[in-house]
Design a protein around this ligand. Structure first.
Ligand code: 164
Ligand code: MG
Length: 347
């Protein structure tokens, strides 16, 4: 089928930078994609992030190839972006939105959900900061109804991080689910030392304590009360290698970095076959990709609280957010397709 593929660049600033052990995220720039079959239209988003996907230039070049391939139909368009994760995410999402819109299905049903899913659990995302900033941010999140908060660690000394988490635990009590994400910043010894303390503090999940390559180290860290999650490591190794190394309890799925919600859905199926749990997060994307991640999470049975409640970190966005964050859950859009409206306004 002949398709019309178009894209345009966008840029959204964060209201405040997300501080991580791997640097600060201050702005998200990418490409909004529109694919039409002459009757229906689908939208996608390709928002590269340094260290996680191809560069902005490589993403743009791949999208240009996809535009050129449009007269040759859907598989040619997908082939054009096969080696560029963010571009593939954007194109495959626009095609998925187009198909779901045509079928009058919410996207998550086309991604395999067998029944209606009203909501999914979500976590609050708390960037690295001073102890008092962290306590304030977690208290605000709990006041807003979140029962799960993911804290960034790994920029400072381990003892300082532990002290910060202890202050958070003391402030919010035992019932709030705390996770931490070190973005690969720790050595094995630091991670081992941190784990004992994190266990005592009732932290449920430690995300990527060691660099992405360190599978055997991750395997050795497993087994105390804190579940070990892979994020960067999944992109480097894939599920098979991680399972062979027995290196993870939990998999973090970032559709933008994996090459699309369709790819991420397949990865989630392998994760479930291995009896592991999945968390869906984004690369702090704009509304089109963020909403797609929400649909993906809705399509994964028993998905853990997911990192998709980041819309309020953007100072501006591509369109109105169709996902209502309510009491630590995201309410799933039930309209056809992705459910993001008026995203492509004519200049
Ligand atoms: O998972 C979340 O709560 C939100 C997303 C998030 O934490 C991240 C998005 C982008 C880059 C990363 O530093 C970070 C992560 O590592 O998970
Ligand atoms: Mg992470």
């Amino acid at each position: 089928m002949k398709l019309d593929v178009q894209y345009r660049a966008f840029s959204c600033r964060l209201t405040r930078p997300l501080r991580t052990a791997n640097g600060d995220i201050e702005e998200r720039s990418g490409f909004l994609i529109r694919i039409s079959d002459g009757t229906d239209t689908g939208y996608g988003e390709a928002t590269p992030l340094a260290g996680w996907t191809e560069s902005t230039d490589a993403c743009r070049a791949a999208l240009d190839d996809a535009v050129d391939a449009a007269s040759n139909g859907q598989s040619a368009v997908l082939d054009a972006v096969d080696d560029t994760a963010a571009a593939r995410h954007g194109i495959s999402l626009a095609l998925g939105d187009l198909a779901a819109t045509r079928d009058a299905n919410p996207l998550y049903r086309d991604l395999g959900a067998l029944e209606r899913v009203p909501r999914i659990p979500v976590n609050a995302t708390i960037g690295d900061g001073s102890p008092s900033e962290t306590v304030d941010a977690v208290e605000r999140a709990v006041d807003d109804g979140f029962s799960c908060c993911k804290l960034k660690v790994g920029r400072d000394e381990v003892d300082e991080d532990i002290d910060r988490i202890r202050r958070v635990r003391d402030a919010v009590g035992p019932d709030v689910d705390l996770r931490v994400d070190a973005n690969g910043a720790w050595t094995f010894d630091e991670a081992e030392r941190a784990l004992d303390e994190l266990d005592d503090l009732g932290v449920s999940i430690l995300e990527q304590p060691l660099p992405a390559g360190a599978l055997s180290g991750l395997a050795e860290l497993r087994g105390n009360g804190v579940a070990i999650a892979v994020d960067e490591g999944l992109l480097e190794h894939g599920v098979d290698a991680i399972e062979s190394a027995q290196a993870a309890d939990v998999y973090v799925l970032k559709p933008m970095a994996l090459g699309g919600v369709d790819v991420a859905r397949r990865v989630a199926a392998w994760v479930a076959e291995s009896n592991r749990s999945a968390i869906v997060t984004t690369t702090i994307d704009a509304v089109v990709a963020r909403t797609a991640a929400v649909h993906l999470a809705a399509a994964i049975p028993n998905v853990l609280a997911s990192g998709v409640a980041t819309g309020d970190r953007l100072a501006d966005d591509l369109a109105r957010d169709p996902v209502f964050i309510d009491g630590g859950t995201a309410v799933i859009p039930q309209t056809k397709g992705l459910g993001v409206e008026n995203v492509w306004t004519e200049p």
